[in-house]
Design a protein around this ligand. Structure first.
Ligand SMILES: [Zn+2]
Length: 154
């Protein structure tokens, strides 16, 4: 979904309308919880935030709403190798780099605003104008570390 300047929640409402799905308070509360979070939130984080707002939302609804948010393009799902997904507003910055496991080949994307700023500053120092960049970090994913505790990343 292209960003047209409308607030994310409003765009989600519109997406629901396009899909002929009702914009229930539960769906909006889940969307709001993700939109207002500063970082990448887990399903548990979302559940807690929604609870704090006093809206009763079942876990299944949270999962389904997160899927809707991802499908709408507003929110991106991330896998940081923790065994569960995290969610963040897509416009907060897309996946920025990748962790590549040299043992099983698994890749996980990550993004980091501070790193992004540092890249910009470094480029500025040499009057280089970057338009995109990619970063790959090689090592062992969590599962492979547990499987081969003595193997070191090359
Ligand atoms: Zn691995």
């Amino acid at each position: 979904m292209p960003s047209d300047g409308a607030p994310p929640l409003e765009r989600f409402r519109r997406y629901l309308g396009d899909q002929e799905l009702p914009a229930t308070p539960q769906r909006l509360a889940v969307a709001e919880a993700v939109c207002q979070a500063a970082g990448h939130v887990s399903v548990e984080d979302v559940a807690e935030r929604v609870r704090e707002r006093g809206v009763a939302v079942g876990t299944a609804t949270i999962y389904r709403t997160l899927d809707l948010l991802v499908r709408s393009g507003l929110v991106r799902a991330y896998d940081f190798g923790e065994g569960f997904r995290r969610f963040a507003l897509a416009e907060r910055g897309g996946p920025w780099g990748r962790y590549v496991c040299t043992s099983c080949g698994r890749t996980d994307e990550f993004s980091n605003d501070r790193l992004e700023r540092v890249i910009g500053l470094l480029a500025e120092e040499v009057a280089f104008r970057p338009h995109h960049h990619r970063l790959e970090v090689y090592g062992l994913c969590r599962a492979c570390q547990q499987e081969h505790p003595l193997t070191h990343a090359r």
